[in-house]
Design a protein around this ligand. Structure first.
Ligand SMILES: NC(=O)C1=CN([C@@H]2O[C@H](COP(=O)(O)OP(=O)(O)OC[C@H]3O[C@@H](n4cnc5c(N)ncnc54)[C@H](OP(=O)(O)O)[C@@H]3O)[C@@H](O)[C@H]2O)C=CC1
Ligand SMILES: O=C(O)CCC(=O)C(=O)O
Length: 479
């Protein structure tokens, strides 16, 4: 019988009234497990448990907090192969990428274990004589965390770890498509020494569990990663209920390739940015902006490199690109292939549905040329292995094209010109910028986030995470 996985509420494993099957997108007959769907009463109980745990946890010793987070990180790192395999199985990224993501999650818990001991304040003189001023940071309260399917262990980790490190209690709702990694983290947390109720897991649909979480009066703040449309809804609910909110959303990230780029390096960067992890990264580049002088050579080299990519079962040795994560995402990707063609773009390679030994959502990475900035394929986030090339005259036109988007998460430039690299770093309108590196694939100890329609609220990750997960207090004392 398939193993059933329960929700973690107030330190207890609580059965669901209903369960969803977690199915591998590489092999639709591979059922990873059944995962409980929380109902309204369970969500309420989780929030209540978190509220009850908050006074002691938020004022308790930082050594205990540090030790628990460190222990969680150690266990994730020790189980990297097993967790990476679970991740690859449920989400469809390759085993190497799954293991890499598990390592990232372990390192994130370790990093925030250290942060428990480093939360500093300030003392300043008052403008009034005989008064001292202290500025300190306190936890926000009970934080609701809502995560997407594409980074099933790293994103829960980079929200949960700082939340706990800075003394908050948590109610986590992971994506219904990939509950396995969040459940595994919850199980590790449940044995870490963290008191009951401090961390709660409620799995289920966004329209049910997520919706109730964002509107719940017992929740003080929401940290969300996902699509722009759901993000806007989350922001509205939070504004209406005066909750603190942090949103990380999509991207339409540009990758500029200049005439003076190292061609081989530029092609590798573009292939990695656009197609690795099946293009299902908010930092993926789906607009390749290429200047005239290198254009023809670049397209030829891209076609050659793309033809050699192996699309297959995520767990198979030698696979470069796994399946698309779900039927609905595959339909969305395929619909953009049709949209691009109907807009007049040329599909130079890929875009076909592929058959493999196992039945899964396989698709050949696709490249469009002859595209214009106004086309929907250059304006809307596809979130799959589909990229388009925009041909431009020179660096100035490339920069203008790069910034011609309502998104602003990551941007890249391939060039050997120090002058253009420095100018691009300063003038691209994005939260992250990469020089001769893929737009995707970031460090875990520095800020992550974007501008324009990509992000809303304070940055995530690194020390900057304290902006969202703490609230500032200014104290005046008469000497
Ligand atoms: N900038 C960033 O850091 C990142 C952005 N993304 C973006 O996420 C998208 C893909 O992820 P995807 O999971 O499909 O995104 P969605 O926005 O569909 O879902 C994100 C999360 O929100 C939940 N949700 C859905 N509806 C509601 C609601 N009404 N109220 C509260 N929660 C809700 C989902 O639940 P469920 O699905 O379980 O029903 C899921 O847990 C892409 O657009 C991508 O760019 C992804 C990763 C990182
Ligand atoms: O590029 C990365 O390493 C992180 C990307 C990410 O968080 C995402 O796509 O959801």
């Amino acid at each position: 019988m398939t193993k059933q996985h329960e929700n973690l509420i107030g330190g207890e494993w609580v059965a669901g009234n209903a369960y969803t099957k977690n199915i591998s997108p590489s092999n639709l007959s591979d059922v990873i497990g059944e995962y409980a769907q929380a109902d309204a009463a369970q969500l309420d109980a989780a929030v209540q448990a978190a509220r009850a745990a908050f006074p002691a946890w938020s004022t308790g010793g930082i050594q205990a907090r540090h030790d628990a987070l460190d222990k969680i990180g150690t266990e994730i790192l020790a189980r990297r192969e097993e967790l990476g395999r679970l991740l690859a199985r449920e989400e469809g990224k390759t085993l190497a990428d799954g293991i890499g993501e598990a390592v990232r999650a372990g390192n994130i818990f370790k990093f925030f274990a250290g942060e428990c001991l480093r939360l500093a304040g300030e003392t300043l003189p008052s403008v009034r004589p005989g008064i001292g001023v202290e500025v300190t940071r306190e936890p926000v309260g009970v934080v609701g965390i809502i995560t997407p399917w594409n980074f099933p262990i790293a994103i829960p980790a980079w929200k949960v770890a700082p939340a706990l490190a800075y003394g908050n209690c948590v109610v986590l709702k992971p994506a219904d498509l990939v509950p396995g990694c969040s459940w595994a983290i919850a199980e590790i947390i449940s044995r870490s020494g963290i008191p009951a109720g401090v961390f709660n897991l409620v799995m289920g649909r966004g329209s049910v569990v997520g919706e109730r979480l964002i509107n719940h009066p017992g929740i003080d703040a929401i940290s969300f990663t996902g699509s722009q449309s759901v993000g806007a809804r989350v922001a509205q609910a939070c504004a209406q209920n005066l909750k603190k909110v942090q949103l990380e959303m999509g991207g339409k990230n540009p990758q500029v390739v200049l005439d003076d780029a190292d061609l081989k390096q530029a092609v590798e960067i573009c292939v990695q940015s656009a197609f690795f992890q099946t293009g299902q990264r908010c930092t993926a580049s789906s607009r390749l902006i290429v200047t005239d002088g290198i254009y023809t050579k670049f397209i030829e080299a891209m076609k050659e490199r793309m033809a050699a990519l192996k699309v297959d079962d995520a767990l198979k040795a030698g696979t470069d690109i796994g399946p698309v994560s779900s039927q609905s995402q595959l339909e969305q990707d395929m619909s953009y292939i049709e949209i691009g063609q109907s807009e007049g773009a040329t599909l130079v390679i890929g875009g076909d549905r592929l058959k493999r030994e196992t039945e899964g959502f396989y698709m050949a990475p696709a490249l469009f040329t002859d595209t214009t900035a106004a086309m929907r394929i250059n304006r809307e986030e596809i979130f799959g292995p589909v990229a388009s090339v925009i041909r431009v005259k020179d660096y100035e036109a490339a920069l203008a094209a790069a910034n011609d988007t309502t998104f602003g998460l990551s941007a890249g430039i391939a060039t050997t010109s120090l002058k253009h690299a420095a100018h691009f770093k300063r003038h691209c309108q994005s939260g992250m910028v990469m020089v001769n590196l893929p737009t995707a694939g970031v460090d875990y100890h520095v800020p992550f986030g974007g501008r324009k329609g990509s992000s809303y609220g304070p940055r995530e990750q690194g020390r900057y995470a304290q902006e969202f997960f703490t609230t500032v207090k200014t104290a005046y004392t008469l000497a």
